[in-house]
Write a protein that binds this ligand. Structure first.
Ligand code: MLT
Length: 394
């Protein structure tokens, strides 16, 4: 038996595991340290009451013979797909067919799994800095990866370069890690480029619920032509606090045809073979997110995180520190003060302020010298972290 030796080409461990290990080691030798975690983008507010009620009532259904459910429909329950369809139509003016929506256990899994339906000799184009999942999953398959540089000059929104060839293009907007978000015209350039190159765009919309500016898009399908060149991934994690509950969706339009084959058909074949769906109580809970009650409750949570972002960015303004994000995004991407390197700033913050963030260098070469803070923390802890930051850097 031979192992998949491509795994040996990966970094020793996943970025967030590294951070967790470093933080745990520091805590072990400094047990009294009161550590505030603004590193991994994990939510802190509990699930909305409407969501919990739906989950509870679905659990009751599972205990009664008449309403018990075994295997669910392959692409997800109709009630959830209809709710997602209506969400796209109302929020984004995008019309979808139910069979274009696939319910999943989250965007991260599907972003990795989708690669099953693409040849291994495709060239992949990713931004740098980048969410590590896009890179690592392609290293596992030994695909050629080309990087496009995100930097302060292009606002961390790199645009297509015709001289670069690509088959698979990753776009995350609003972006993880930089918080930068493409506008409609910029995404249209990407759609035109993908069509010209015969490439597919994998559009990660996990943070779409944070978009409030009118000129920005929430779904790539708001851009004309995107249904012929883009798959969209989304998740309830950041919209509705499902990081520990697990539910998301992937849109594979029927109009995506490559090598004369519909990608929708291939993805359905892949999913029916390797995936048995998300549990009924979780799908019920997810559907409750889109009820009027659920939407009002979720808006309150999103507003809470947006206010955290405002508190963090106000402190950075006060300190004169350059950043992107924080508006239309739960991430704040800042330039490390005094030309410090990302991991040096991580160590400084951890040891002198007991605040944990994410070193930009962990997201790629272009992230060196930058640092990411998340607005998903608890309000009082975020305020406290900001005070410590000011004390340290003023
Ligand atoms: C992050 O911190 O980048 C996120 O938690 C990543 C994710 O959603 O998987």
């Amino acid at each position: 038996m031979k192992i998949n030796s491509n795994y040996l080409n990966l970094k020793e461990s996943y970025l967030f595991s590294d951070i967790a290990k470093k933080t745990a080691a520091y805590k072990e030798s400094n047990p009294d340290a009161d550590i505030i975690r603004l590193g991994i983008g994990d939510v802190t507010l509990p699930l909305a009451p409407a969501v919990v009620d739906a989950m509870r009532s679905a659990a009751d259904d599972m205990g009664v013979k008449e309403s018990f459910k075994g295997y669910g429909p392959e692409q997800g329950y109709g009630f959830l797909k209809d709710a997602i369809k209506a969400y796209y139509s109302e929020e984004d003016g995008v019309e979808l067919e139910a069979d274009e929506i696939f319910i999943s256990d989250g965007a991260k899994s599907d972003l990795g799994n989708i690669l099953d339906i693409f040849a291994k000799d495709n060239t992949v184009l990713v931004p740098d800095p980048v969410y590590p999942v896009y890179v690592d999953t392609n290293i596992m398959d030994d695909r050629k990866i080309v990087y496009m540089s995100g930097n302060a000059d292009n606002g961390f929104r790199p645009l297509p370069d015709d001289s670069v060839d690509a088959d698979i293009i990753y776009i995350c907007s609003p972006n993880n890690p930089t918080g930068a978000a493409y506008n409609h015209a910029e995404l249209k350039l990407w759609v035109d480029y993908a069509k010209k190159k015969g490439a597919i765009i994998l559009f990660d919309a996990a943070y779409e619920a944070f978009v409030s500016s009118k000129e920005l898009v929430r779904s790539i399908y708001e851009v004309e032509g995107a249904k012929e060149c883009a798959i969209e991934f989304c998740s309830f994690s950041k919209i509705a606090g499902f990081t520990g509950t697990r539910c998301g969706w992937t849109i594979v339009p029927q109009t995506l045809v490559y090598d004369g084959v519909k990608l929708n058909k291939l993805w359905l074949r892949r999913q029916t073979t390797k995936f048995n769906g998300v549990s009924y109580p979780i799908q019920k809970a997810a559907a409750a997110v889109f009820t009027p009650e659920g939407r009002a409750q979720i808006k309150q949570n999103l507003d809470y995180y947006k206010e955290n972002a405002r508190i963090i960015t106000a402190a950075l303004d006060e300190l004169g520190i350059w950043y992107t994000g924080g508006v239309n995004s739960p991430y704040i991407w800042l330039k490390c003060p005094n030309g410090m390197k990302s991991w040096d700033f991580f160590d400084l913050l951890l040891t002198k302020a007991n605040v944990v963030g994410t070193p930009g260098a962990g997201f790629g070469e272009m992230g060196e010298g930058f640092f990411r803070l998340t607005a998903f923390g608890d309000r009082e802890r975020t305020k406290e972290a900001v005070e410590r930051l000011k004390k340290l850097l003023k």
